[in-house]
Design a protein around this ligand. Structure first.
Ligand code: CA
Length: 231
C-alpha cells in the first residue's frame, strides 16, 4: 500500500484527507508540523507528501526547499496546500519544485484525483495487477493463487514462494544456494537437495505447465516460457 504523508496543522483537514486517502486505498500518515514530519520521514518512505504552507514553526515552503535540496528526499513528489489569495506562495512553491498545488478550500475528491495524477506522472503508481504469467501459468501474488490454464493448483507455502521467486525472475538462472537463501533464509541448515525436492513436487503439481521450470545443469533453475535449456 502506498503511504501518503499529510503535513497540516488544522486537525479537521488532516483527518478528512487521511480518511479519504484510506478509503481510496492509500495509507495516510498525518503530521502537525515540520518537526514531526522530519521525524516521520526518518522512519517511513512516503510515495507522496501533501504539504500545507501555513504551519506553526517551519513553514511548508521551507520544508519543500529542504526536501528538494536534500539528496535523499529530492525526488519525493510534493503537492502544496495553499490558501486562497496567496499567488506568490503558489508560484514560489512551483519554483521550489512542488509537483502541484491545491487551493483551500478543496474537495477531498479533488485532492485524491490530484494525488493520483501526480503519482502517475512520477511513475509511482502501483501496477494494476499483481499477477505474473508465464506461458499458461498464472500466479497471483496477493491472492496467493496459481492457475495452470483454468485449473487451480494448490501449493504448500514454500512451493508457492519458490514458484513466485522463479516467475518474478523470469529467464534468470538461479542457483540452488540462491534459492535456498531466498526461500528458506540465511540460517537454513538444509541441503541443496531441499530445492530439488520442492522443484520436483512443483513440476508434478503443475502438470504440463511444470515445463516452464527449466533445469540449468550444474547450476540450478529458471522459469521460462521458452524452449528447454540445452547444456
Ligand atoms: Ca495550516
Amino acid at each position: 500500500m502506498q503511504k501518503i504523508f499529510i503535513v497540516e496543522d488544522e486537525d479537521h483537514i488532516r483527518k478528512m484527507v487521511s480518511y479519504a486517502l484510506a478509503m481510496a486505498g492509500f495509507e495516510a500518515q498525518g503530521f502537525m508540523d515540520g518537526e514531526a514530519f522530519w521525524q516521520g520521514l526518518e522512519a517511513h518512505w512516503p510515495a507522496l507528501i501533501l504539504l500545507d504552507i501555513m504551519l506553526p514553526g517551519e513553514d511548508g515552503l521551507s520544508i519543500l526547499k529542504r526536501l528538494r535540496q536534500s539528496e535523499k528526499y529530492a525526488k519525493i513528489p510534493v503537492i502544496l496546500l495553499t490558501a486562497k489569495g496567496t499567488e506568490y506562495d503558489r508560484i514560489n512553491g512551483l519554483d521550489l519544485g512542488a509537483d502541484d498545488y491545491i487551493t483551500k478550500p478543496f474537495s477531498v475528491m479533488e485532492a485524491i484525483s490530484r494525488i493520483k495524477a501526480v503519482l502517475r506522472r512520477s511513475g509511482q503508481e502501483p501496477r494494476q495487477t499483481s499477477e505474473i504469467q508465464i506461458a499458461g501459468l498464472r500466479l497471483h501474488k496477493d491472492k496467493r493463487t496459481v492457475y495452470a490454464g483454468d485449473r487451480e493448483i494448490t501449493l504448500t507455502y514454500k512451493e508457492f514462494e519458490l514458484l513466485q521467486y522463479l516467475m518474478v525472475n523470469e529467464d534468470i538462472v538461479l542457483s540452488r544456494d540462491k534459492l535456498l537463501e531466498q526461500i528458506w533464509g540465511f540460517d537454513y541448515n538444509g541441503e541443496s537437495r531441499t530445492v530439488d525436492m520442492h522443484i520436483k513436487s512443483l513440476r508434478q503439481k503443475l502438470g504440463d505447465s511444470g515445463s516452464i521450470i527449466k533445469t540449468v545443469r550444474n547450476i540450478g533453475y529458471k522459469a521460462s516460457g521458452g524452449s528447454e535449456v540445452k547444456s
